[in-house]
Each structure stands twice: as structure tokens, then as C-alpha cells.
Design a protein around this ligand. Structure first.
Ligand code: AKG
Ligand code: FE2
Length: 311
């Protein structure tokens, strides 16, 4: 079947509608680079997610993994005992660790937002956890994917954060620079690698349960948790199906769990039989100069190709 027809069918099976996002949310995602979806705990319950159970499971994982949590995609660093982000608690690969996280990556509003950003067949790349601890959490302004070098280069990554607690300027909410996703390059190219406040920054405060969706090229970062109130969040990263996953879901999710999944869940994880298994040899070398150089060249090629391909 044609890949685009197949993709549209899967979106439909996942209940993604043109009306999944409001006109205002679509406009914000396109122009500002992000939007908020005001989900409540009862919306989550109707999707089979109970925050109490989620928090309990997270606490168990934190107790098990401690500060080493968050390195599942870089096993070599996990062994060194180095911390993925000092001052925060992180966990990665949580979809493989407990089935209760399963409904998170199939939320129609999120899939609709990701479809709007990527405009091509996509898959989940990773499902993780982040919590800024009291007195920490501030990050440099950054983007979450390789910088775009050409105006015509498509956006290939979109992110959703789900807030398990209210997220405020006191406990380290997200900051963003509206509209910055349109710029080529990355904040450091503009002299903005720092944790300092940016004159155009907006603090994205969000109620418990709500979801923020953003274009990975949006300049953003975590802020300081000054109150010490907990600010737990789940992040979902989706990537164009043509690029690698941060976590090889086919390899990581236990077979017993994969067997229970519906075809549509398997599609959005790229774990169906027909989804090619990620090449670990090249994945391990993804940050070498020759692979990044090749990616840069293919970016140039794909920016040309994207005009003639149907996606
Ligand atoms: O927790 C947040 O609000 C942002 C975290 C973030 O952007 C990251 O870790 O890449
Ligand atoms: Fe980020």
C-alpha cells in the first residue's frame, strides 16, 4: 500500500480528526511553535491512565535506578556513573519498563499536533521522565534536534510534555521563545547558549494533566525549581519515520508486551514485522563526524526531494 495512504489510515484508526485540535491550537503550533492542550485527570482516566498509579510506578523506577536513570540510550555512559542532567531526576525507556505507560503515546490530540508539525509519516522515538529538583533544573536555551540549515528543510521532530503536577514559574516550568522554530541554526549560533533570561521568552505554565506540544526546533528549556514543589513530567518524542529512534522500540519493548499491542500501536512504534529493525551499527555511530556530515548532505538532498515527493 502507498505509504501515505497507509499513514492516513493509521491516523484515522487512532481517532485523529481534523478537529482533534482547535483552530486556535493549530495556529499557535504553526506560528508560535507550541500549543497547550488542557487535559484533566478525568480525561486521562477515560484513556486508561490513572495518575496515582503512574506516579507510584515512577517512584519505583526512581528508587531502582536513582541518578543513573535516563541513560538507556547511552548504555556506555550509564556504566560510568555520570549523571544525564545533574539537579534533575530522569528516567528513559519507561515504555519498556511498565505497560501502564502504553496509552500515553496514542493520544489523538498529540498525534494530530505531531502530524501538523512533521507533515509526514512519523513514529515514537522515546518516552521519558524528567523532574527538576529543588534549586535546580535550569537549562540552556536549546532545540531538540539537529539544527536546520536550509529554509526548505522539513521539520522532522515534534515533542509532547505531559504534566503530572501543576507546572508553574515557581517549580520550574518550560520556557519557550515563540516563533523561534522558524529560525535556521540553533540558539548558540545567535549567542544564546546561556541559562540567562531571553527578552522574548514566555513561561509556559500548565495545569496538572495538561499537555504541551512543540516543534523540536522551538528554542526552549527547563527553568529553576525554586519552590521545591514537585514538577513531574512525561515526554514523548516523535520523529519522521525515515530517521532513527532514540530508543530502538522493537528491541526494547518486551515481546510479551508487543504481542498484546494493536496493529495501530505497533505502527506508531514502528515495531510491525514490515518495519525494518533499526541498524544498531549505524545508530551507535550516529554522532560521529562522518555520519553527521552525511546527514547534513542528505538534509540538503531531502530539502530538494521533499518538494517532489508526496510527503
Ligand atoms: O522539562 C522541561 O520543561 C524541558 C526539558 C527539556 O527541554 C529537555 O530536557 O530537553
Ligand atoms: Fe528540550
Amino acid at each position: 500500500m502507498d505509504k501515505i495512504v497507509e499513514y492516513k489510515n493509521y491516523l484515522q484508526s487512532a481517532c485523529v480528526l481534523n478537529s482533534s485540535l482547535s483552530e486556535e491550537q493549530k495556529k499557535s503550533l504553526a506560528e508560535a511553535g507550541y500549543c497547550l492542550i488542557p487535559y484533566t485527570e478525568s480525561d486521562w482516566k477515560s484513556r486508561g491512565i490513572h495518575f496515582d498509579q503512574i506516579k507510584k510506578s515512577i517512584q519505583e523506577l526512581v528508587n531502582n535506578e536513582g541518578t543513573a536513570g535516563g541513560w538507556d540510550h547511552k548504555k556506555e555512559l550509564q556504566k560510568t556513573g555520570s549523571h544525564p542532567e545533574p539537579g534533575t531526576q530522569r528516567l528513559s525507556n519507561i515504555l519498556s519498563k511498565n505497560e501502564i505507560f502504553r496509552p500515553f503515546f496514542m493520544i489523538p490530540e498529540v498525534l494530530a499536533g505531531v502530524d501538523q508539525v512533521i507533515q509526514a509519516p512519523f513514529k515514537l522515538s522515546s518516552l521519558s521522565y524528567r523532574e527538576p529538583l529543588e534549586g535546580s533544573g535550569i537549562q540552556n536555551l536549546h532545540i531538540d534536534w539537529r539544527p536546520r540549515r536550509y529554509e526548505s528543510t522539513p521539520y522532522q521532530v515534534a515533542i509532547a510534555y505531559i504534566y503530572l503536577d501543576e507546572s508553574t514559574r515557581e517549580n520550574g516550568c518550560l520556557r519557550v521563545i515563540p516563533g523561534s522554530h522558524r529560525r535556521l541554526g540553533e540558539p548558540s549560533d545567535f549567542g544564546w547558549e546561556t541559562q540567562k533570561e531571553h527578552p522574548d521568552q514566555v513561561l509556559v505554565e500548565a495545569s496538572r494533566g495538561s499537555i504541551a506540544i512543540f516543534n523540536a526546533h522551538l528554542w526552549h528549556g527547563g527553568t529553576l525549581n525554586r519552590s521545591g514543589k514537585r514538577r513531574r513530567s512525561i515526554s514523548l518524542v516523535y520523529r519522521d519515520r525515515r530517521i532513527y529512534q532514540q530508543l530502538n522500540q522493537k528491541k526494547n519493548i518486551p515481546m510479551l508486551v508487543q504481542d498484546k499491542m494493536s496493529d495501530v500501536e505497533k505502527y506508531f512504534l514502528a515495531i510491525r514485522k514490515e518495519d525494518k529493525t533499526q541498524n544498531e551499527f549505524w545508530y551507535r555511530r550516529r554522532n560521529t563526524w562522518y555520519v553527521t556530515k552525511a546527514a547534513h548532505l542528505s538534509e540538503r538532498a531531502s530539502s530538494v526531494l521533499s518538494k517532489v515527493l508526496p510527503f
